[in-house]
Design a protein around this ligand. Structure first.
Ligand code: TTP
Ligand code: MG
Length: 357
């Protein structure tokens, strides 16, 4: 069965958020980033792009290209919130959502929660909801694979909705400049030009062996995409619900001061991984396992995310005070601490090594 894939990408993401929140910036050339000697532009509003200002351009060069450019410092917490909001909108339609960054994702809507047959309709609805909920525009691409959906979302930016139907795919790819192919950077494009490959149709003339000889492992990918073939699945990333660390002691703990000392080490380690992986949550859970393997957990939810060690230490102390050591009359074999209730559920990027031992 033909798949239905949507690629969504917010328009001039950081800059649009800043323009949304400050009407004085609307309609003006805006760069998000710092106007400093060694800084680069994170992104530019579409007004600034007319002057050639874009992501990763040194701020100094950007200023030269566009003297009236307005620099705005980034507000990452706002971008993270929007990211969460758009992912919630995607989830209304399917759980098969593969985020590529804060502002971009693939969705497989072949089967979807609303039983809508048309992927184009879903893409339109999503764009509308993003406008209503976030006050921002996104561009959507619809096709039967990731490669084409991504190209399609870029094709009519900003506020675009472009569909590449199976029957239109080949003529579209044949006329497409190879720079527009996802995964082909400047260097590869130059190499392709030298081999006489400028458009999709030039790439299609070469055999798989020739392409592999020229471009190594990528040759097979190029051979397929020149024919509109891309079987890569949309992979929904599992969302981490909690992040924690625990430790089983070689000798059971008998006294509260020992517990406090050991917990301090666990708190330190937990804070390290919270900050390393940016998992900020509001709920803290303390786990205590006794020598007889009976286990108690105590949780507390705070109004704010736990971001700093001071907060974590105070919260752990509060939780520890709710554990009645005298009552149990037991030695402790394991202690653990975890945070949950994250502000933004982040995909699991790496297998975390959580063991202290
Ligand atoms: P993009 O989606 O690449 O760019 P964009 O959303 O600003 O513009 P458009 O999609 O309309 O072309 O990146 C999303 C955000 O990621 C962008 O707003 C800022 C950030 N970013 C950087 O900080 N540095 C970079 O080099 C790039 C490419 C993006
Ligand atoms: Mg974008």
């Amino acid at each position: 069965m033909q798949r239905k894939i949507i690629h969504i990408d917010m328009d001039a993401f950081y800059a649009s958020v800043e323009q949304r929140d400050n009407p004085e910036l609307r309609g003006k050339p805006v760069a998000v980033g710092f106007d400093k000697e060694r800084s680069v532009v994170c992104t530019a509003s579409y007004e600034a792009r007319k002057f050639g200002v874009r992501s990763a351009l040194p701020s100094v060069t950007a200023r030269k290209k566009c003297p009236e450019l307005i620099f705005v410092k980034p507000h990452f917490e706002k971008y993270t919130l929007v990211s969460k909001q758009i992912r919630e909108i995607f989830k209304e339609y399917t759980d098969l959502v593969e985020p590529l960054s804060l502002d971009e994702a693939y969705l497989d809507v072949t089967e979807n929660k609303k039983n809508i047959a048309s992927a184009t309709q879903i893409a339109g609805e999503i764009k509308q909801k993003i406008k209503e909920v976030c006050g921002l525009t996104a561009s959507a691409g619809v096709s039967y694979n990731k490669f084409l959906a991504k190209i399609a979302s870029d094709y009519q930016k900003p506020d675009g909705l472009f569909v590449i139907k199976p029957e239109d795919a080949m003529p579209f790819i044949e006329e497409l400049d190879i720079e527009k192919f996802f995964g082909i950077g400047k260097v590869t494009a130059q190499k392709m030009h030298k081999s006489g490959i400028h458009k999709g149709k030039d790439m299609k003339k070469l055999s798989e062996t020739e392409l592999t000889k020229l471009f190594g492992k990528q040759g097979n990918y190029y051979f397929n995409i020149a024919r509109g073939i891309d079987e890569r699945a949309v992979i929904a990333q599992r969302e981490r619900k909690s992040l924690g660390t625990e430790f089983t002691f070689e000798k059971d703990l008998c006294y509260k001061f020992e517990v406090v000392t050991e917990l301090y080490k666990i708190e330190k380690h937990l804070m390290e991984i919270i900050q390393k992986y940016n998992y900020f949550g509001k709920t803290l859970t303390l786990k205590v396992k006794y020598a007889d393997f009976k286990q108690h957990t105590k949780s507390k939810t705070f109004t704010e995310d736990i971001c700093e060690f001071k907060q974590l230490h105070k919260a752990t102390k509060d939780l520890l005070n709710t554990v009645d050591f005298n009552d149990t009359n037991q030695k402790i074999r394991l202690l653990g601490l975890s945070v949950s209730n994250f502000s933004l559920s982040k995909p699991v990027e790496k297998q975390l090594e959580l063991s202290l031992g």
